[in-house]
Design a protein around this ligand. Sequence first.
Ligand SMILES: [Zn+2]
Length: 63
Amino acid sequence: MNKEIFFTCPYCGEENTVDIDITAGSDQEFIQDCEVCCRPAEIKLTIDRDGGISVETKNDEGF
Ligand SMILES: [Zn+2]
């Protein structure tokens, strides 16, 4: 099951959307290139029992 989430690019601050597979696990980490500046944002997702999704982003310097 896929769900669209929003994240803010850690480089340029633009909002991006990405489709994730919420059945793939409650903790997921992946790299998604920003649609605006094309730099690789590191995304960390946590999905809670109620289906709430929290998104953390990092750039390649760890912020
Ligand atoms: Zn960007």
